[in-house]
Design a protein around this ligand. Structure first.
Ligand SMILES: Nc1nc2c(ncn2[C@@H]2O[C@H](COP(=O)(O)OP(=O)(O)OP(=O)(O)O)[C@@H](O)[C@H]2O)c(=O)[nH]1
Length: 986
């Protein structure tokens, strides 16, 4: 067992390590540092040296504290629980955690009379250092000592056998006791001569002694009882008594043990105080009697200490059982809680008694407690539930009745019954929505609060010391480029404008042009001879804008509203204005297509005035620029207007020195590079090597690429950059941040994933309402079309999801996207679809053969699309019950490319082996790479077996396939052939 370390001893003595080191030096002991260990004899010496000096100074404070604790219920509950925890901590580890510090401090400031003096602690320490046994007991004892010096120690001692660490926390046996109780072979702590207040005051002390009956001989570990006894010397007679009783060894001890158990309860009763005595349960009465008996016989038991301490215990109990529910002790339940607290102590007795590990006993005890409480509780729907007092209990999204039960200490089964009584049916492990919890909470007297995803995430990040709300350091803020989104009505020229801006930039930029689309790009503009930059989000349309916002990614600083001068304000123009205004984003109007005949820019100005966009020339504050995206007219003016608007209305500054944060603009899976996520840095500087987490993806930045494909070492505020190195593909709009290290990043991602899963479950399972149960069942097959979307990029998945959600069919029928993701259709997707009776939509992706087989076996409907509107059309029709396709696509073969032959005459010829089906010349084909449809709309132009042209090749044979002009094939690609077959109309 561990030896005591200097700093631990220092804590026990209530002095600093230096003082102890100095003392050791004085004593002629050579000790190097505060973390050096000290041998038991030296500990004893130290104890002798410090013990006496401490005691006198600390006593008064403690007394005050104690009485305070006793007088305030809630206050005491806090104190008590804290202490309890502290004690527990101490038991667990001998490290200098705050908790143990707390405990130590308290210990050192105990009430003078009975309070264990610091010496007691020291004695304990001494003892324990010699004598490993006393862990728990010790710890517990300590707790007890702190709160109520007497009883607890005893209890704890009883439990003590388990522990191991004891050095610092050993039960607070006063020297005397220790000496008395010490089992043979255990070096005795110094004698009580110090005048430590002791249990001796306790009229029942002798009994306690009795408790300390010799433990079976030479077992070199301190008797748990003895420990307690020791502790009790701290003034917790009861404690001693009890312990002893328990400690009681075999024979009579056994009985003692029982007693103490009872006592334990009695204690509880005691704690519970009056309430207990009035408890309707025989057991209860019993226990109170016992309490009496106990007292006389066993001294103050933990419970016995009850009185004021009961408050403490009670609160502790509340805390313990309240399971973290705020306001642990409820007035109405107060007594019973108190009881619990007492019981907490009593648990020691129980634990000890059987010599069995205390877990099962604790559980049994808990059940009994619950039973008891429920007896007193109001009856709802046939079950008794202890009613809350309107306290708030927080649950995460997707929480279940079980979760609630744990928090408010009520059995989940009872909650199920109550909910049933309220007309809702749910199982204990079924996720419920906020509304259901609200109704339930009202019924049982709790204010059940479902914490929003953002709040939950913030709290989660706070666990990792990341505070999203931390105010920026003003001094470090530097200007950053504005981030611009282009919005407007269909066909008004958004894409063309973005292209033109990009091209203009190609000419102007030294980098040599934008070579790849990463979802965002940055351009240079010279304004007043100063080189300025603007970041464009390359996804036009307000849908993209709102999708981002929905995820909390407020990326856009300025919106360019494109309005075609020949068409004027149209519905989506208005929508775009609304979105921009809702997000408080200033708007610059690009009146486009001024080159077209009949263009009427003035009309557009007039129309927009009605929507609050008043042109500057009309005295408003919105800049209008007449442009032609097609001809490149006034593009520079438009860009200037963006900068001027940003300068005039926004304070665009960010701290480049902070840890990088921002949002994911787009993400996809790249064959060679894995996950490629374009992120926009909003604050700080993102660097290669940073550990980052984006939504539920995490990883270490392997490379940063700009829109020109150049490698960057870092990316500052407003810089869009493609990030390589994430282990999975994040979702567009996911916020990203740099974590302290890889592990933190992974943990954040994993925790998010877990809560997302829970939230998803919550969304999926709808509680059935009894009122219209029948109807719901009747139509349960058709009331909701569950959909799983898998696509080749997060953008396409999002677009598809959004479009699907917009389909309106009727009140009875709806669509629910239960899962979405980027990449091939996996076994998991099929499993999910099986469970939830969902249809899988593969957008430019395919399952592997095994997965396709599984889907077929399970009867899962998997549909493949490469054009969004097709998917929408088909699903809409199917929802309307009008889907009667005349043709359906039938896959006829899969062949893997094993070799590529280059022919100057025919181009590339794929040397394949037909894996399944039959390849026929002339059939339609597509290329799949890594489960993703990479090329569609191809045709088997020539088909050969060796040198011969053939019309078909069947499964298992090799063949040479030529796809006409298409040559972009790779080894490992799968050529899938398919035919459109007419199907019978139903
Ligand atoms: N004459 C003329 N035609 C333009 C101009 N800008 C765009 N167009 C044309 O208008 C049509 C629609 O332009 P897009 O850029 O695709 O419009 P959009 O707003 O992106 O359309 P959606 O993506 O469908 O929302 C295309 O044929 C463009 O060539 C312009 O300034 N002058």
């Amino acid at each position: 067992m561990p030896k005591a370390r200097v700093y631990e001893l220092a804590k026990q003595f209530g002095v600093d390590s230096k003082t102890v080191l100095a003392k050791l030096k004085d004593m002629g002991e050579f000790v190097k540092s505060a973390s050096s260990t000290v041998e038991a004899p030296v500990v004893r010496k130290l104890t002798a040296a410090f013990g006496s000096s401490q005691e006198s100074t600390t006593a008064p404070k403690a007394a005050t504290k104690n009485s305070e604790a006793a007088s305030k219920n809630s206050g005491s509950s806090k104190t008590a629980s804290k202490t309890t925890r502290a004690a527990a901590e101490t038991t667990k580890s001998e490290t200098s955690s705050n908790a143990s510090e707390d405990a130590q401090t308290r210990k050192s400031t105990k009430p003078s009379t009975q309070a264990p003096s610091p010496r007691a602690a020291v004695a304990r320490a001494a003892m324990s250092s010699v004598n490993p046994a006393a862990n728990k007991a010790a710890a517990e004892g300590e707790k007890a000592a702190t709160r109520k010096p007497k009883a607890k120690p005893a209890k704890k001692a009883a439990e003590s056998n388990k522990s191991a660490e004891s050095t610092t926390t050993a039960a607070a046996a006063t020297p005397t006791q220790a000496s008395h109780n010490a089992t043979p072979g255990i070096p005795k702590p110094r004698s009580r001569a110090n005048g430590t207040p002791r249990p001796g005051n306790n009229p029942f002390m002798s009994k306690q002694r009795m408790g300390s009956a010799p433990t079976p001989g030479d077992i070199p570990r301190p008797h748990p009882m003895s420990r307690p006894g020791a502790k009790s010397s701290d003034g917790a007679q009861g404690g001693n008594g009890e312990r002893r009783g328990r400690g009681g060894r075999p024979g009579q001890e056994q009985r003692g043990g029982n007693r103490s158990n009872r006592g334990g309860r009695g204690g509880r009763g005691g704690n519970a105080g009056a309430s207990r005595s009035s408890a309707p349960r025989p057991g209860q009465n019993h226990s109170s009697n016992r309490g009496g008996n106990n007292e006389s016989r066993w001294g103050n038991r933990p419970g016995a200490n009850a009185g004021a301490p009961a408050g403490n215990n009670g609160s502790r109990g509340g805390n313990r059982f309240g399971g973290g529910a705020p306001n642990g002790s409820m007035p109405s339940n107060g007594p019973s809680r108190g009881g619990r607290g007492g019981r907490g102590g009593a648990a020691g007795a129980f634990g000890r008694q059987g010599a069995k590990s205390s877990k099962s006993r604790k559980a049994a005890l808990r059940n009994k407690r619950q039973e008891f409480e429920e007896l007193k509780a109001p009856v709802i729907g046939g079950v008794r539930i202890p009613s809350g007092n309107g306290q708030t209990v927080q649950l995460p999204q997707g929480a279940t009745l079980s979760d609630l039960g744990e928090k408010i200490n009520v059995s989940a089964a009872s909650l199920v019954t109550v909910l049933f009584h309220l007309g809702e049916m749910a199982t204990a492990t079924q996720s419920l929505d906020a509304e259901t919890f609200a109704v339930l909470g009202e019924e049982i007297g709790w204010n059940i609060k479902i914490v929003s995803a953002e709040e939950e995430d913030k709290a989660l990040l706070q666990q990792f010391d990341i505070n999203l709300d931390e105010p920026e350091d003003e001094d470090k803020l530097v200007p950053r480029p504005p981030v611009v989104t282009v919005m407007g009505h269909v066909d008004h020229g958004k894409t063309r404008l973005l292209d033109t801006i990009r091209q203009t930039n190609v000419i102007k930029s030294e980098a040599g042009g934008i070579t790849q689309r990463i979802g965002a790009y940055q351009i240079h503009v010279t304004l007043n001879d100063i080189d300025r930059r603007i970041t464009f989000l390359d996804t036009p349309g307000h849908e993209a804008f709102t999708a981002m916002r929905a995820r909390g990614a407020e990326l856009t600083d300025v919106a360019i509203l494109v309005v075609a001068a020949d068409d004027g304000v149209m519905p989506q123009t208005v929508e775009a204005i609304n979105h921009a205004q809702a997000a408080n984003v200033p708007v610059v109007v690009a009146v486009n297509k001024i080159d077209v005949d009949g263009a009427n820019p003035e009309k557009v100005r007039g129309q927009l005035t009605e929507f609050g966009l008043v042109p500057e020339e009309y005295g408003g504050d919105t800049m209008f620029v007449d442009i032609s995206a097609k001809q490149g007219t006034n593009i520079d003016k438009l860009l200037e207007a963006v900068l001027l608007t940003a300068d005039a209305t926004l304070d665009l500054r960010a701290n480049p020195e902070a840890d990088a944060r921002g949002a994911t603009v787009e993400a996809r899976l790249d064959k060679g590079r894995g996950s490629v996520a374009t992120v926009l840095v909003q604050q700080g500087t993102l660097r290669v090597g940073d550990a980052i987490v984006a939504g539920t993806s995490y990883g270490r930045v392997r490379a940063l690429l700009d829109e020109n494909g150049n490698n960057l070492k870092e990316a500052g505020p407003s810089r869009p950059v493609a990030v390589l190195g994430l282990t999975s593909v994040p979702t567009a709009g996911d916020l990203f941040l740099v974590a302290a290290d890889d592990r933190t990043a992974r943990q954040i991602a994993e925790k998010r994933e877990a809560s997302e899963r829970a939230a998803q479950l919550a969304r999926r399972h709808k509680v059935v309402s009894l009122e219209n149960l029948k109807e719901q069942f009747a139509k349960s097959e058709v009331d909701m079309l569950n959909v799983i979307i898998k696509g080749d990029s997060s953008g396409s998945v999002e677009a598809l999801e959004e479009s699907l959600m917009k389909i309106e069919v009727s009140d009875e029928v709806g669509i629910q996207v239960i899962h979405r993701g980027v990449g091939a259709i996996t076994q998991n997707d099929v499993n999910l679809a099986t469970v939830d009776k969902a249809v899988i939509i593969g957008f430019n992706v395919r399952p592997s053969r095994q997965v396709a087989d599984l889907a077929e076996r399970e009867g899962v409907d998997v549909r493949y699309y490469s054009v969004i509107y097709k998917a929408i059309e088909e699903i809409e029709s199917s929802l309307k019950g009008m889907l009667k396709p005349e043709y359906e696509e039938v896959v006829t073969s899969h062949s893997e490319i094993r070799e590529i032959f280059r022919s100057s005459k025919f181009g590339n010829i794929a040397g394949v082996k037909v894996d399944d089906g039959t390849v026929k010349r002339g059939t339609k084909a597509r290329i799949m790479r890594d489960g993703v449809v990479t090329f569609n709309d191809l045709e088997i132009s020539t088909l050969r077996r060796f040198k011969d042209d053939v019309t078909e090749v069947t499964e298992g044979y090799e063949a040479g396939i030529n796809l006409g002009n298409f040559n972009d094939i790779q080894i490992g690609d799968i050529i899938e052939t398919f035919e459109m077959r007419e199907i019978a109309r139903s």
